[in-house]
Design a protein around this ligand. Sequence first.
Ligand code: NAI
Length: 368
Amino acid sequence: MEPKVRRNIFLNCNPEGLKSLMHQQLNDLKSSPRFEAPKHALIIGGSSGYGFASRLVLAEQGTKTVSVSFEKAPEDEKTGSAGYWNNTYFMEHFKDGHLDLNQDAFAKETKQDVIKYYQSLGVKIDLIIYSLASGVRPGPRGEMVRSALKPLGKAYTGLHLDVASKSLSEMTLEPATDEETKDTVYVMGGSDFYDWVMACDEAGILSDHVKAMTYSYVGGTFTKPIYRDGTLGKAKDDLEAYTYKLDAHLKKKGGEAMVARLKAIVTKASMFIPGIAAYGGILFDEMIKRGVHESTLQHVERLFRDNVYGGSRVFDQEGRLCLDTLELEPSLQETVNTRLQKADESILSLKGMKIFIDEFYEINGFLN
Ligand code: NAI
């Protein structure tokens, strides 16, 4: 099967490849040290990227999971989305005690379905992970509100890597309007996460020591104008603020809510962010050279084993768990920035860039 990629979005996937990738990943996890994993975890956005990696790491430690995701089933000639097949093969492998809901996480009915499931089992949630990445969310009157990945205040010119044609070009993005910023915060901010946790709490399905986690990105100077200083950054500020609000609420009973600053990886969502592909390729190359590169699974394992359920949590001044220190190490960032400023087509043949691009094909089932 030939991969079909347009504007860094995969239009098809290879189910067989996804099956073997998941089994390779489970095999890698077999030798992982055990940690005191939660008994029951709800993962919102558990079909791909950080959410799927979290589900695999936890399930391999014995956690029973419920995953909510929004994926396309195969239809006629269409293969369906990679996340659909990740869900299928996960359930085929782990079978009992796990649940998959292919439903809109923003909907009240989905929250009710999850609540009913836990109530019917008579168990409580020990961990909620919010790993959603969506470009749209239904508004209060049912209209579709869309996010806009744009800079704020002034235009941004950066390097764009088109994966399918393996070409680099300069792109300019105009700054977002106030409306676009507001919409991006509505779609990608923290209000839905807050609703999830509060709905589960009101239904009495959270354990007293529940942990509620959100995943965030800070990044360095190259990604700043388009990420942390852009509309996405405003959405992350909002997500983080809601997480702190939930932390204060859950702490009253012995629980907590946490923001984890994670590193840049290859996912459906990240490849869609302008400029991230070029940055990611050089970043991978430099991290591999310095011997500090981690796979997505290794990164997520470190998050749960050493940080969330371990004794080596490192927080920043805002109270966020820092897993991104290797990516943001100042001399590494300086080298990555210098290399990006001088970048031409020759970066496409770098070892790290090749690994980065190959990984994009792999997460869609096209293995080398
Ligand atoms: P992804 O695109 O791989 O996964 C997104 C998930 O959200 C999928 O499971 C998808 O089915 C689900 N989803 C989207 N819309 C939905 C809806 N309406 N209802 C139910 N499920 C829905 O994304 P990725 O990159 O793993 O992102 C997850 C989180 O991690 C995001 O908050 C992102 O900002 C954060 N993060 C990602 C980084 C990266 O480099 N990819 C870096 C640091 C943080």
